[in-house]
Design a binder for this molecule. Structure first.
Ligand code: S3P
Length: 172
């Protein structure tokens, strides 16, 4: 049984544009728990992500991201992380006590999701090549922290959210 003090907490990790926010919001609705996107928390507290990178560097971004992850996990619910959160060893440590889903996606499927900008690590290079290189660098960390993997390349986000919610309920 889940009490108010112990909601069905679940963390979503995975590369940029895998659908973490989209699936996370839907999964939270199905589970009836709050949804937190840690990127949004960082932006609310510190301003736009490209400006944080430009002014203070990636390491400062990882620090404020880690704080946002710690706060969100303490609150509970469905928590969606930025794609690079797993590169920080202390953030990975925070994830150890929680069910973590690795949302993966193919380069072909991600190609048409990468518009819109706002992702400093994809600026200045062919975005799909940059995305693929970064994904390969991080794949081991996603696999290390995850207790389940779902592929968002070819199926509706709602279906994936339903499967994740069912998987999470099954852990109780
Ligand atoms: C980043 C991913 C972004 C955001 C920041 C850095 C990364 O989040 O946290 O631009 O290092 O992969 P999304 O995965 O939501 O795009």
């Amino acid at each position: 049984m889940t009490s108010e003090a112990d909601p069905l907490t679940l963390v979503l990790v995975g590369p940029m544009a895998a659908g973490k926010t989209s699936v996370g919001r839907r999964a939270a609705r199905i589970l009836g728990v709050p949804f937190v996107d840690t990127d949004k928390r960082v932006v609310s507290a510190h301003g736009p992500i490209p400006e944080i990178f430009a002014q203070f560097g990636e390491s400062r971004f990882r620090e404020v991201e880690r704080d946002a992850v710690a706060t969100a996990l303490a609150e509970g619910g469905v928590v969606s992380l930025g794609g690079g959160a797993v590169t920080d060893a202390d953030t990975r440590e925070l994830l150890r006590e929680h069910p973590v889903v690795f949302l993966m996606v193919s380069p072909e499927a991600v190609a048409h999701r990468l518009g819109g900008g706002g992702r400093p690590l994809l600026a200045g290079e062919d975005p799909v090549s940059a995305w693929s290189r970064i994904f390969e660098e991080r794949r081991g960390w996603y696999e290390e922290v995850a207790s389940a993997t779902f592929d968002t390349s070819r199926r509706p986000m709602q279906r994936i959210a339903e499967e994740i919610a069912a998987w999470r309920r099954g852990l109780e």
